[in-house]
Design a protein around this ligand. Structure first.
Ligand SMILES: Cc1cc2nc3c(=O)[nH]c(=O)nc-3n(C[C@H](O)[C@H](O)[C@H](O)COP(=O)(O)O)c2cc1C
Length: 187
């Protein structure tokens, strides 16, 4: 297996991180992989906001996420959400928020491709990482404009997907695949 295929096969979602910052070079390498992803029509409509895991805006986003998730939930679920010690990025030292042009048809697909490029780049550098969609309602809810401004989204951009990265403090086997069930080969 070549190195790219090995990296793809070894990747898994990491939900525990060491309390250690990444180097600027590591962060730059990961974001560069996102920028190098293909986009429809070569539109390159994805913006990357890089945040330190300790940035207070992340706490605000997480609080909003929890509020939205708890609203309408039954009491038991609400108690679980409120008592969960994890934030949405599991304490990773770096969080990258991808935003994209609201009016471009392929915006979310392009962001998905970019974030997977970043995930594989991080994996290849020995970094744990997690793709994060759970803040979508918080980012696109009542506080949408406030968050967009704080995160320096370009004009007419909206949240697409988020990404956590750091030194892993856990290991996780890659998920199982079922080639025969999920693939049709028409000959
Ligand atoms: C679009 C997308 C959104 C995701 N959002 C979250 C999330 O908000 N929180 C989380 O813990 N994992 C999230 N994940 C990770 C998935 O749960 C994970 O990829 C899946 O369980 C398979 O596990 P693996 O990545 O270890 O193979 C997301 C993955 C994708 C592709």
């Amino acid at each position: 297996m070549n190195e790219v295929l090995k990296t793809i096969a070894a990747r898994s979602s990491i939900r525990a991180y060491k309390d250690e910052k990444l180097t600027d070079e590591e962060i730059r390498a990961v974001v560069t992989a996102g920028l190098q992803a293909p986009t429809a029509r070569n539109e390159r409509e994805i913006h990357f906001t890089v945040l330190d895991g300790a940035d207070p805006i992340l706490k605000e986003i997480d609080t909003e996420r929890k509020l939205i998730m708890a609203a309408g939930a039954d009491e038991e679920t609400r108690a679980k959400i409120e008592s969960n010690p994890n934030n949405f990025y599991y304490g990773a030292p770096t969080v990258i928020i991808l935003s994209a042009d609201k009016d471009f048809f392929w915006n979310k697909l392009d962001a998905g491709i970019a974030v997977e490029n970043m995930s594989l780049a991080a994996q290849s550098l020995g970094l744990g990482n997690l793709i994060i969609g759970i803040i979508d309602k918080a980012m696109n809810g009542e506080k949408r404009e406030y968050f967009a401004e704080k995160l320096d989204f370009p004009e007419n951009y909206e949240f697409a997907i988020a990404f956590a990265v750091g030194y892993p403090d856990t290991t996780k086997e890659p998920h199982e695949i079922d080639f025969d069930k999920d693939v049709t080969i028409i000959k």
